[in-house]
Design a binder for this molecule. Sequence first.
Ligand code: PMP
Length: 418
Amino acid sequence: TAEKNDLYHFEKANRNKSLKDKSSCFNAMLNRLEVNREFTYRRMIVSATGRTVSVFDNALKKEREMLMFASNNYLGFANHPYIKEKIDAVIQKFGIGIGGPPLLNGYTLLMNELEDRLSSLKKKEDTLIFPSGYMANLGLASAISNTQNNFVLDKYSHASLYDGIKLNNANFKTFRHNDIGSLEKVLVELDQKKYKETFVCVEGVYSMDGDLAKLPKIAEVCKKLGVLLILDDAHGTGVLGDKGGGTAEHFQLEKDVDISMGTFSKAFALTGGFLSADKDIIEYFRYYSRPYVFSAALPPVTIVSVLAGLDLLEHEPWRRKKVLENTKYAVSKLRGFELTAEPEAAIISVKVPTWINIRNANMQLDKMGIFINSIEFPAVSQNDQRFRISISAEHNQQDIDKLVDCLEEVWHDSAKNS
Ligand code: PMP
């Protein structure tokens, strides 16, 4: 395993060395991996991201085209001409940036408009916009943590939520992934300890497996026990729901979600994140959420790109339909593989058995022109290593056929070599 998981073992073995010693050893290891082309991190993209990308191949010293199955560009907005046109116009009026946080000089008319449009997408009264989804979750935790309240998280919640909670020394418990019995048990035990307020946090579409939260049951439990529900819908926003409102819209449960979190880094193919909730709550967050108060506002070009993306959610609903059809088609073609969960949005996770060296397998896919992400130990346990496939509305059936053919070839070759 030391061979397979160098990054993890390196850090464990060298944690207490001085920074200088540690970084020079690390660079020696990295060189070996890069020279032998043993990993697929940090590939250099030299084109726009779409159904394909061009990468610069260091070994061949030239660019080559790859089929892109690793980007969260679910709807194909990353290089959409309508969005690019909107950017040109806004640069003429607003310039490139703003140079300050929203509470001081960074709040634009465009940001105000985006808050309103996201509030209607999420059927909430108001919205707060952050420089990233990661910061939105940090901001949420920073504004609501106190010694008398508690977070109850699905165990598979994103790192940004765990980090926010830890940064703020908040009380938290986890429940087993999507397990309603486990959630109820944790909540009942907490109730007996007389904490004043509890926030249950779940994701709409889970980022590692692509399964949906059992939102109807979760909302029912939250209501029954009088606790608040927070939904991180990074991967559902834009993709699910009749209007692209996300997982809550898909289940028609917008009213049962107290705080809705989303990102611009997935379907909108940008950066940024947001929280939507009742007006009073958002107005409070505006002054007490540290990443909002102490970090510069998103530039107008990003804001206008999200606004244009929202226009496209209305005008090109076929993209939502297409990405979901593509996912269904891919799942039907992947019948011979084990998936980690039933995919219901645009993420498919293919389990990579332990007899396959995932890093070598991904290198083989890379050479075949398939750009895919490996999720390795320690991000998941060794038994759970997987390839995470992101489907886009821009893919066609031939692209998906090629992906599956390549995976079959890799499985076949690995079996021969194992
Ligand atoms: N929440 C979830 C569920 C995510 O998957 C991510 C991104 N991987 C984030 C939050 C953070 O979003 P961002 O990349 O926009 O910072």
